[in-house]
Design a protein. Structure first.
Length: 187
């Protein structure tokens, strides 16, 4: 059990008998009445986001989770397969439990997984991922009066809007939180 004063972003707690990750926390201390924390919790099983208020002094049920760095191996229609690079143990994760499904899965990236009772409950994507462009239309000459963008396809099949100077074969960095182009990778 943890006190509400010990709450932090990314903490995994049990709320309504299911594991939830704390995604946002605001502390309020009104002039009258007792202080409280207004929190946003995301259910790890369903993905549903709920707003919860915890009064100061209340206890929350913090889950004992272990985290491991994992390497992506491959995916089929329903599952993604990861390996622990230290022990070579493999883990299977349903694609619906991975943010963005296969859009941000690449064998060069490292993924942090949270385990509760030897079951994967959360897959944390890297903040940015580097992917190769497989399809890019040619830029239209004279279309540079504004910040013109074009849509390209990267090696995972994800479609991203990028500046006109990006070509097929270029490696770009994508922000996995927003799904947007971040920069061109220098070779």
């Amino acid at each position: 059990m943890a006190a509400t004063s010990e709450l932090y972003r990314g903490m995994i707690i049990k709320h309504n008998n299911e594991p939830c990750i704390l995604i946002e926390k605001e502390f309020y201390s009104p002039g009258k009445g007792s202080a409280f924390n207004r929190c946003k919790l995301k259910s790890i099983k369903t993905g549903k986001i709920v707003n919860v208020v915890f009064k100061s002094g209340e206890k929350v049920d913090e889950l004992e989770v272990s985290t491991r760095n994992m390497q992506y191996l491959y995916a089929d229609d329903n599952y993604a397969y990861f390996m622990n690079p230290d022990t070579f143990d493999q883990v299977t994760v349903p694609l619906e439990d991975i943010p963005g499904k296969t859009d941000y899965l690449h064998s060069d990236a490292k993924y942090i997984m949270s385990f509760y009772e030897d079951e994967v409950i959360y897959v944390q994507l890297p903040a940015k991922i580097s992917l190769v462009i497989t399809e890019a239309p040619e830029a239209v000459k004279g279309d540079t009066a504004t910040n013109a963008l074009k849509e390209v396809t990267v090696e995972t099949g994800l479609k991203v809007k990028v500046p006109l100077f990006i070509k097929t074969g270029d490696k770009i960095i994508i922000n996995t939180e927003s799904g947007e182009y971040y920069s061109k990778e220098n070779k």
